[in-house]
Design a protein around this ligand. Structure first.
Ligand SMILES: Nc1nc2c(ncn2[C@@H]2O[C@H](COP(=O)(O)OP(=O)(O)OP(=O)(O)O)[C@@H](O)[C@H]2O)c(=O)[nH]1
Ligand SMILES: [Zn+2]
Length: 204
């Protein structure tokens, strides 16, 4: 696993070994002005690399693996399905600092539905990568489109970017909203309005 080769875009890169990753963390600790050998920090590189396995676990899965089971026995249900307030933690790809928020996903099924938890799992998979909020929004939407071929998909993500809160422009509390509408949500303004109303808990 440590020596695995991975391909990103057109480039193929050797995955650094665990030892190399730990050495990089030690370098960053020293760069921050600390002594990486002091007791409290001695095991930190190991802990950070272990935490990375969890925080960036989204690279080892695919859309098809996550959305692998489609249920067709839903008595002809073709109405809107909305899962809202799916919490997530991601990392912005510019600063590698967390952005934290909630995703809301709706779709109109055609041939079947997925388990509700799978919508949260697809959010997890893309959140646990280096991201921009826009990319993540599009990726979640594309995954649902590809696997479920729904009549329409609506994905709305709201998040606070800590790179804007704890550094740089320092605006804690500013929230970013991104949305992608496809199918009937894109072509029919009343569907979009219905989605927004249901998000606020007003719709039916
Ligand atoms: N569009 C978009 N921008 C993001 C996201 N996460 C972080 N950013 C922005 O990425 C930008 C990177 O800007 P740069 O000028 O290259 O970097 P910087 O000097 O660190 O910028 P400041 O954050 O303004 O200090 C910043 O404006 C961030 O707010 C995201 O998910 N989407
Ligand atoms: Zn950032």
């Amino acid at each position: 696993m440590d020596d695995a080769i991975f391909t990103a875009g057109a480039r193929t890169t050797r995955r650094p070994s665990r030892e190399e990753a730990e050495a990089a963390v030690r370098t960053l600790i020293a760069y921050a002005g600390e002594d990486p050998e002091r007791e409290g920090l001695r095991d930190t590189p190991k802990r950070v690399v272990k935490a990375y396995a969890e925080l960036f676990s989204g690279y080892s899965q695919t859309d098809e693996e996550v959305l692998d089971r489609i249920f067709t026995e839903v008595a002809g249900y073709e109405e809107l399905i909305l899962v809202r307030d799916i919490p997530f933690y991601s990392h912005c790809e510019h600063h590698m600092v967390p952005f934290i928020g909630k995703a809301h996903i709706a779709y109109y099924p055609t041939t079947g539905v997925v388990g509700l938890s799978k919508l949260a799992r697809i959010v997890e998979m893309y959140a646990r990568r280096l991201q921009t909020q826009e990319t993540m929004t599009a990726q979640v939407s594309n995954a649902i489109e590809k696997v479920l071929k729904p009549r329409g998909t609506a994905v709305l993500i709201e998040a606070e970017h800590l790179c804007m809160a704890m550094r740089g422009v320092q605006k804690p509390g500013a929230s970013t909203v991104t949305a992608r509408f496809t199918g009937c949500f894109k072509t029919d303004p009343t569907e979009q309005a219905r989605f927004m109303m249901m998000l606020r808990g007003e719709g039916k």
